[in-house]
Ligand binder design. Structure first.
Ligand SMILES: Nc1ncnc2c1ncn2[C@@H]1O[C@H](COP(=O)(O)OP(=O)(O)OP(=O)(O)O)[C@@H](O)[C@H]1O
Ligand SMILES: [Mg+2]
Length: 224
C-alpha cells in the first residue's frame, strides 16, 4: 500500500497555555513492499508521528493518503474501519489486553475483521512458534517478560498481514537472536506480502534492512 503524508503538523498542549509543536510539516512517501526506518533522539516525536500516521490521533494540519484515498479527512468510524482492516501496530508500550491470554490477544485482530477462525488459528500457531512465545500462549500479559509481551504484541500486529505495518521499536527489549527473528519477519512481510512498513528503531541492523532511513529532527523528516 502506498503511504503518503504531506505537511503533517501536530502540537501538544503542555502544562502551560502554549502549545508545543512536535511535528512541523512532515512529508513522507513509502511504497508497497518498502521499509522506511525512522530514527531520532528521544522526544523528537517518532511515536507521535506513528500514531498520527496510524489514525490514532488527529493531525492539526496536513494530509495522509493510503493508496488513492485521503484517510486523514475521513470520519471517525471510517478511520476505525481503516485501522482494523488495513493497519497493524506494534506499540512502544505493547498495549496487550491484560484480561486476555497471549493467545487471545494474538487472535483479537482476526476476530475483528471476521476472518475464518480455523485459518487464523493456524497462522497464529505458526507465528507464535517462530517468535518463540507459543509455550506462553495460556499466560496473561502480567505473567510474561517484557520481551515476551513485545513478541506477542508483534504476532498480534502481523496476524492479518495488514498492508500497512507501523512498528515502534519492535525489537527494543530483545536480545540479538529475538531481534533478528522480528526483523526477519518484518522483512518477509514487506518483501513477500508487499506490506508497507514504518519502523522506528535505534538498531543499526534494523536501519540496514530499510529502503529509506529518515531522521526526525526539528519536527521534520530528513534523509539520514
Ligand atoms: N499526549 C501528550 N501530551 C503532551 N505532550 C506529549 C504527549 N505525547 C507526547 N508528548 C510530547 O511530545 C514529544 C514527542 O514525544 P514522542 O513520544 O513522540 O517522542 P519519541 O521520539 O517517540 O521519543 P522516545 O524515543 O523516547 O520514544 C515529547 O516532548 C513528549 O513529551
Ligand atoms: Mg517513542
Amino acid at each position: 500500500m502506498l503511504l503518503r503524508a504531506v505537511g503533517l503538523a501536530k502540537s501538544y498542549r503542555g502544562a502551560g497555555a502554549e502549545p508545543i509543536p512536535v511535528l512541523r510539516g512532515v512529508d513522507l512517501e513509502v511504497k508497497a513492499g518498502e521499509i522506511a526506518a525512522i530514527v531520532g533522539v528521544s522526544g523528537s516525536g517518532k511515536s507521535t508521528l506513528l500514531s498520527v500516521l496510524g489514525l490514532l490521533e488527529p493531525a492539526d494540519g496536513g494530509e495522509i493518503w493510503l493508496d488513492s484515498e485521503r484517510v486523514s479527512h475521513l470520519g471517525r468510524r471510517a478511520q476505525a474501519r481503516m485501522r482494523g482492516a488495513r493497519i497493524g501496530y506494534v506499540f512502544q508500550s505493547f498495549l496487550l489486553i491484560s484480561r486476555l491470554t497471549a493467545w487471545e490477544n494474538v487472535l483479537l485482530a482476526a476476530r475483528y475483521v471476521g476472518r475464518d477462525r480455523r485459518e487464523a488459528e493456524q497462522e497464529a500457531l505458526r507465528l507464535m512458534e517462530r517468535l518463540d512465545v507459543l509455550h506462553r500462549r495460556g499466560h496473561y500479559p502480567a505473567q510474561l517478560s517484557g520481551g515476551e509481551q513485545q513478541r506477542v504484541a508483534f504476532c498480534r500486529a502481523v496476524l492479518n498481514s495488514p498492508p500497512l505495518l507501523l512498528a515502534d521499536e519492535p525489537a527494543g527489549n530483545l536480545d540479538e537472536d529475538h531481534a533478528r527473528v522480528i526483523l526477519g519477519e518484518i522483512r518477509a512481510q514487506a518483501r513477500e506480502r508487499g506490506t508497507t512498513v514504518i519502523l522506528v528503531t535505534h538498531r543499526a541492523e534494523a536501519a540496514a534492512e530499510a529502503d529509506h532511513v529518515l531522521r526526525l529532527q526539528g519536527g521534520r523528516l530528513e534523509p539520514s
